[in-house]
Design a protein around this ligand. Sequence first.
Ligand SMILES: [Zn+2]
Length: 288
Amino acid sequence: MKANFYIENQRFCLAFDRYVIEEINGKRYVLPEKGAKSHASTFSDWIDRYLIDILNIGKKVYYNEEVEDIEILDYVRNYGLFGFMADFPVNRYYVLDDTVALRDYNLINYEDHITIIKLEEYLNFFMPKLNDNQINELIEKCRKDISPRIMEKYLTPELNEFLIFSKNYGEPVDMILQYSKILYEHLVHFVEERHLLNYSPLIAINNLYTNIDSLHNNEMGLVYGYLKQAIDLNFLVNLSQDTIMLKICKFCHKAFIPKNSKAEYDTPQCKNKANVYSFRKRAQEETN
Ligand SMILES: [Zn+2]
């Protein structure tokens, strides 16, 4: 079966203009800087860039190369934080429940089964600067705002605005690095074996909203509401093509999407260097 679909952005995706890395409770977090301004962020314009950029941070983690803070800060300034807090729960309206059930292999405890965590504790993990009272106020606010009137399709965007797009929301640097490494690892495996690693729950797209308004054109919309969802979706769609364009450079191992499906190197420089190496190797073999 072949299907037509388009990928679109929920209206409420936000990013801030400035982020900082701060140590809180013994963990290094990326958070919006004090006084930073938020703006709407449309990933659709950068559909390949945000995927390639995170894969190439993952490439460094994979090869044990140092990832500098500035690389993470540049990434989140361009595209925003990932929205892990909205991605891990299998009860998608988790803020309405007292406990949160987290998907397999979430980056908090890495178990291969669902784990349960108290809502307050969960919110506090991603909003480390809020005290207990503030967390309770936030829960109240979310519940009060949605109860009287809202249509389900607006529920997630509205909650996300209070939660993952709030100025108090942060993500551990370590979590971002782990996620980027997992993505790159899957790409390496896919390039070598033509299928994903057997155990890949974390990159399956969670809580995706489908827009069926355009079905009269035989077309369905997949609507993502936060960055991780967009990355996972884009990644898997890229690997589901007849001709797979998402590649790894044979010289520097960076991920790239070439214009020509036969390309093996991400830059002319890598191609040149690879040629020089193979020329030297051949010359050496001949002299031996
Ligand atoms: Zn290269």
